[in-house]
Design a protein around this ligand. Structure first.
Ligand code: TYD
Ligand code: MG
Length: 453
């Protein structure tokens, strides 16, 4: 009888430990150590070792889901035998996305199984009909019991199987409650084993909250091949899909959807979407060619500076980094004599997108200065550059791709860092060394703001 060695794992930081302890040695969390169900290793078992060069190539081509934005993020589709975790806040659209994807997979002649552990069969059917995603080859099991889920998979032998959600199915053999880390991990292990044995592409849905308070997804990331994150502002239709981890390809791709009456619709040309409602000639608005994932996106940055009646003036940053906003206000005041003084400052990235990269510094600074001076920036201008504490404008990554996208959308002028190489094309580059230079370039003279008077 080989000696069996079990491992333990911290559910907070994922560190492994040889034995159970009350407190994690790595991160110091209490009561976070659980037995790592799948990691029990039989010492002395026959090893399967061979030359790497003798290992056959994995010829299984990914199965395209037929949802272009999803396939883009996956690098082609779902790899047979792989396990993908789709995480996101409740209500963001995970079930909708996967129902649409399964419908398309089934319509394409593959067998697809949806395990719905949250909604009844009737609810799923109604939704599928509304989404036009109810082909005859889409199988449905409204189940919460792991054994019955596995039995359903054995009956249907699906190419693609979705389990919605991993937090609501449970292994009846285990004493822990449904949704506990132990249950979630045990169920995930069983489904990973199923995927590997049968070559089924398994997708697990995992609910996450902003503060990460729901058990599960974090503890599963190391078990699965791919982790997708579905995000968006609740009050906006825009949804962003990204790969946080991807064993079969790059993680940089971004998928964009709009949630509408008929479910999720891919957004192939996002820049147009973000600039669609832009008002021309209004102060406080600047456009930045941002990069989200690996996609260039032109995003309008707005700022509104108004005299405050509060002793602590307000600083509000929507879809932007609040810390960055404070820093830029300080730099503007000190390096360009464009202070906001005792004024409230509201800044936002328009369209429900979140732009936190420093490349947006220059556009945000210009939007603020434009609002202070009540002077609109030229309509055909984009600005791109990081702003340093000395007020200097610094180079950013992928500038060429950003500028190409701006040119494609008809912009004619770009304020860029001084080290930007020459480029040909319709875009006129204006190199600005400092934030004060940038203000002069748009006809705003660096001065003390009226709001601070
Ligand atoms: P859902 O896919 O159920 O979210 P999740 O599985 O991530 O919890 O989506 C829920 C929201 O999406 C719900 O508030 C309604 C909205 N919705 C639409 O706006 N249009 C649609 O066609 C569908 C199906 C849902
Ligand atoms: Mg759901």
């Amino acid at each position: 009888m080989p000696k069996v060695r079990t491992r333990h794992r911290c559910t907070e930081c994922q560190a492994t430990a040889p034995r159970w302890t009350g407190r994690c040695n790595d991160c110091g969390a209490w009561n976070s150590i659980v037995e790592d169900v799948g990691a029990a290793t039989g010492v002395g078992a026959a090893a399967s070792v061979g030359r790497l060069s003798n290992v056959g190539g994995d010829s299984a081509a990914p199965i395209a889901t037929g949802i272009d934005e999803l396939d883009r993020v996956l690098g082609g589709g779902l790899v047979p035998g792989s396990v993908t975790l789709l995480g996101g806040e409740p209500g963001i659209g995970k079930s909708t996305l996967l129902l649409q994807a399964l419908g398309a997979v089934a319509a394409g002649g593959r067998s697809a199984l949806l395990v719905s552990a949250e909604e009844s069969a009737q609810q799923v059917r109604l939704r599928a009909e509304r989404l036009g995603a109810a082909p005859p080859d889409l199988w449905l099991a409204a189940e919460t019991d792991l054994a019955r889920v596995l039995a359903a998979a054995g009956e249907v032998l699906p190419d693609v199987m979705v389990v919605d959600s991993i937090q609501t199915i449970a292994d009846a053999e285990l004493p822990s409650a449904q949704g506990s880390v132990v249950q979630v991990q045990a169920c995930a292990h069983a489904l990973v084993a199923l995927a590997k044995q049968r070559g089924t592409s398994v997708v697990l849905v995992g609910h996450v909250t902003k503060d990460g308070s729901l058990a599960g997804p974090r503890a599963l990331e190391h078990l699965v091949d791919t982790v997708l994150s579905f995000e968006g502002e609740r009050h906006h239709a825009l949804r962003l899909l990204r790969a946080v981890k991807h064993r079969f390809g790059a993680t940089g791709e971004l998928g964009l959807f709009e949630m509408g009456e008929a479910g999720l619709v891919g957004v192939p040309d996002p820049s147009g979407l973000f600039l669609g409602d832009r008002q021309h000639g209004s102060p406080g608005s600047a456009v930045v060619p941002a990069i989200e994932g690996r996609r260039p996106l032109l995003v309008e940055i707005q700022a509104l500076v108004v005299p405050s009646s509060l002793s602590q003036p307000r600083r509000s940053a929507q879809g932007l980094d609040g810390g960055r906003l404070s820093l830029l206000l300080a730099v503007l005041a000190r390096r360009a004599y464009t202070g906001v003084g005792n004024a409230d400052v509201y800044a936002s990235a328009v369209g429900g997108v979140r732009i936190v990269e420093p490349a947006a510094d220059l556009a945000l600074s210009l939007a603020i200065a434009s609002s202070i001076n009540d002077r609109a920036l030229p309509d055909d201008l984009v600005a791109c550059g990081e702003v340093g504490l000395a007020g200097e404008v610094r180079q950013v990554a992928h500038l060429e791709r950003r500028l190409a996208e701006a040119a494609r959308l008809g912009f004619r002028r770009a304020l860029v860092p001084p080290s930007t190489p020459q480029r040909h094309g319709p875009l006129r580059l204006e190199r600005v060394a400092t934030i004060a230079d940038a203000l002069r370039a748009v006809g705003i003279s660096p001065c003390v703001a009226p709001a601070s008077a």
